[in-house]
Design a protein around this ligand. Structure first.
Ligand SMILES: Cc1ncc(COP(=O)(O)O)c(C=O)c1O
Length: 429
């Protein structure tokens, strides 16, 4: 793959190739071909890339590693996770139902969430979900009541989510391990030990382990070590099978960002567990979401308007925006932008790529570097949109959500169809 483009090709899905005349191919399919068939905006996912990340995760973490489905979920992806043999982590009854309806084995589902309702818990228990991660005393009470009614012969398998009181180095909204958090049991609270003892003394419940998750998009791994020290001190009194460290591995979004592989992340955490004296019979495992799917996808838009304001800036408007990628608005996340049909074009036009929503804040890329021969009708792509893009998409301004297309070995597969205008009114009574 040539490397003289304005986009760092390592940000693109792993099977990406650029032809001599500057056309981007992913999975052996040209981006133009996908657009001709499915329109824009469209998420294009590289199936080979996802499979290889799943294999890497399984190899280094073991088969009990769970994919964090909040990053992106659809039936077809659930099928790939199923084939890979690993588990899935869901954080709501909706994600749980999506997995069940996609035919996923419930015993390989891990159920998270800081406010699981009685109905969600009832369903989870009746499906035979593998693990329920208890997040609060109120939830424990709900589970205790449901356990009395449980007709299954096996006790309900649980883990307890601990909040280790550690600040991860990441955006405030995706930090979760600090004391001041809505998630989990504070490791220093007396009630946490009481909760553990309640589970251990209840024959209708089983405690297979503990869980912590300090945040997402983390590059400074020492936060995990700090958390591990605190957690190791707490868990040494209990005979458990596993300790789950959540997800959180950061991925590069910008040309200048560095990368930590899933393999190096796992090694760091396992070394940390050893150095903290965690019993070697405790399986250390994880729930990667972003690091599996983020770089597997690009979003492709069509440019509809180019507005040059002398001495100020140029606005490039595309046919999607904050409804298909809310991350820039939510977390001030940075992205690159490029023209997948003009990969070899030259010149530097620094411009702001914006969406079509009725908001000045609807910015996708603040200072994009695009070629000077950009035109209305060109395709514009943002890389690394496979995680927390479609899964966070909305219908703001009644904009239909894009199609999602998987590509592999020259074949396209539409896995989520584009929403229609009829879809947008289907819930109105
Ligand atoms: C409990 C839990 N596990 C796993 C994940 C996945 O994290 P990431 O996508 O950062 O790997 C999250 C994300 O917030 C989470 O809350």
């Amino acid at each position: 793959m040539k490397n003289n483009h304005r986009i760092n090709l390592s940000l693109l899905p792993s099977t990406s190739e650029v032809t001599e005349d500057g056309q981007l191919f992913i999975g052996g399919v040209s981006v133009s071909e996908v657009v001709n068939e499915f329109g824009t905006p469209v998420f294009i996912y590289d199936e080979t890339h996802i499979k290889s990340k799943l294999n890497e995760a399984k190899k280094v973490w073991g088969k009990n590693v769970a994919y964090g489905s909040k990053a992106f979920i659809c039936k077809y992806l659930v099928k790939l996770i199923d084939q890979s043999g690993i588990r899935i982590d869901v954080s709501t009854g909706g994600e749980l139902s999506h997995c069940i309806l996609s035919g996923f084995d419930p015993s390989r589902i891990v159920f998270h969430g800081n406010n699981k309702s009685v109905l969600e818990l009832t369903r989870a228990i009746s499906y035979g979900v593998g693990t329920i991660v208890i997040d609060s005393i109120d939830e424990l009470e709900r589970i205790e009541k449901l356990a009395v009614l449980n007709v299954k012969s096996e006790p309900i398998n649980t883990m307890l989510r601990l909040t280790p009181g550690i600040e991860a180095h990441t955006h405030e909204y995706v930090k979760t391990g600090q004391h001041d958090s809505k998630f989990g049991f504070s490791i220093f609270a007396e009630t946490t030990k009481q909760a553990v003892n309640r589970i251990l003394s209840n024959t209708a419940l089983k405690l297979s382990g503990f869980h912590f998750h300090i945040g997402s998009q983390i590059f400074k791994l020492d936060g995990y070590l700090e958390a591990m020290k605190v957690v190791a001190e707490f868990i040494k009194y209990y005979d458990i099978e596993e300790l789950v460290i959540g997800g959180g591995l950061g991925v590069p979004y910008l040309n200048s960002d560095s990368q930590i592989s899933i393999t190096d992340w796992a090694k760091y955490i396992k070394d940390a567990a050893k150095s903290c004296g965690i019993d070697s019979k405790v399986e250390i495992t994880a729930e990667p979401g972003r690091s599996i799917v983020a770089a597997a996808a690009i979003t492709v838009y069509t440019i509809g308007t180019i507005k040059k304001i002398d001495n100020i800036r140029t606005y490039v408007s595309v046919d999607g925006g904050m409804s298909d990628n809310p991350r820039p608005v939510l977390y001030s996340s940075g992205y690159e932008a490029f023209l997948p049909n003009k990969m070899n074009s030259i010149g530097n036009l620094i411009c702001r790529v914006v969406g079509k929503h009725c908001e000045s804040g609807d910015v996708l890329v603040n200072n994009a570097n695009l070629p000077e021969n950009i035109e209305v009708g060109d395709l514009l792509a943002t890389p690394v949109t496979g995680a927390y893009g479609y899964s966070m998409a909305s219908n703001y301004n009644k904009v239909p959500r894009p199609a999602v297309v998987f590509v592999e070995e020259g074949q396209t597969k539409e896995v989520i169809r584009r929403e229609t205008l009829e879809d947008l009114i289907r819930l109105d009574l």
